[in-house]
Write a protein that binds this ligand. Structure first.
Ligand SMILES: Cc1cc2nc3c(=O)[nH]c(=O)nc-3n(C[C@H](O)[C@H](O)[C@H](O)COP(=O)(O)O)c2cc1C
Length: 287
């Protein structure tokens, strides 16, 4: 079985989950090829050479990021080509279930056949920083579910997709965020006293939207709001304009070596409870 994994991950969470899938699929005897969606505009993405595809993304405003939907628009028509979705989001809110609606619509119009969706809750890279207790719970759950979900892919299993009309509506309304980010992203600022000119942000922006010209950072009109620049800045020098109060800076620790006492966070408490009490697969069918 040949599997092509197409991933967009701004700050590493979705990629981290997909690495679990990749390891387990390889162990199960599949051939697995990894494509970063942001590089796939220039490279030959050739989905026809795979038996099954996996498309992976972080949920942005109850939707797939535009870089992913734009990528899907560029895929060739392929009748009956089965694909799975792996998505990560900071909270298990039900509205995230419909985040794939637009993406699935694009792929369906090209003949692709959606087989199942796997939803992994991972620490927020925007809004607020999850504590180590929550990070450990999320990552332990991911390790457990990835075994089962990768096996489902190897067996070619299909999940029953439940996307309530209310969640589809929320997802549609929140698409406004994509346009909003293009405006907000033009007003980012870098604190030049803190900045060490490492240029990590310039090099890492998936849209090539950050330039350093004549000693100044210039932000273009293509911001995705993915948070890669502000999250990875080694000296926390970014001000992300209207969203600055929600900024999260710095990598999380997924080593699981420390098991602090803690509580589920209050925000979305019920849905975290539901997510962590779930056993087995992270298929949307079980959620
Ligand atoms: C602009 C933006 C919007 C987001 N919107 C949502 C959301 O609607 N629901 C949610 O649960 N998490 C949301 N998140 C959190 C991310 O989905 C989450 O942290 C994800 O694991 C990040 O994955 P990545 O590291 O692969 O980019 C958002 C993050 C960003 C940057």
């Amino acid at each position: 079985m040949k599997i092509g994994i197409y991933v967009f991950s701004a700050t590493g969470n979705t990629a981290r989950v997909c690495k679990l899938f990749q390891e387990r699929l390889l162990q199960g005897g599949a051939e697995v090829a990894w494509h970063n969606i942001e590089d796939s505009y220039s490279e030959d993405v050739a989905p026809d050479k795979y038996d099954t595809l996996i498309l992976a993304y972080p949920v942005h405003g109850f939707n797939a990021p535009t870089i992913v939907t734009e990528f899907a628009k560029k895929l060739p028509k392929l009748k009956g080509k089965g694909y799975y979705i792996v998505k990560s989001s900071g909270e298990p809110a039900k509205a995230n279930r419909a985040s794939s609606a637009q993406l699935n619509g694009i792929l369906k119009s090209k003949g692709y056949d959606m087989l199942d969706e796997f939803h992994y809750v991972m620490p927020y890279n925007m809004i607020f920083r999850h504590d180590q207790y929550m990070v450990n719970k999320m990552w332990s759950r991911a390790l457990e579910a990835a075994d089962i979900d990768a096996a489902r892919i190897l067996e070619g299993k299909r999940g029953e997709i439940k996307q309530h009309i209310r969640h589809r509506f929320i997802s549609k309304v929140f698409r406004i965020e994509h346009g909003g980010m293009r405006i907000i992203g033009r007003h980012y600022k870098v604190d030049t006293d803190k900045c060490v000119k490492c240029m990590k942000c310039v090099k890492a922006c998936p849209m090539g939207n950050i330039k350093y010209e004549n000693g100044k950072f210039v932000f273009g009109k293509k911001c995705l709001g993915c948070a890669r620049c502000s999250f990875n800045c080694p000296v926390d020098a970014f001000n992300i304009s209207l969203l600055n109060g929600w900024k999260v800076n710095g990598a999380y620790d997924f080593s699981l070596k420390e098991q602090p006492d803690g509580k589920l966070c209050k925000w979305c408490n019920k849905s975290y409870k539901r997510y962590f009490s779930q056993k087995g697969s992270n298929s949307i069918e079980n959620q």
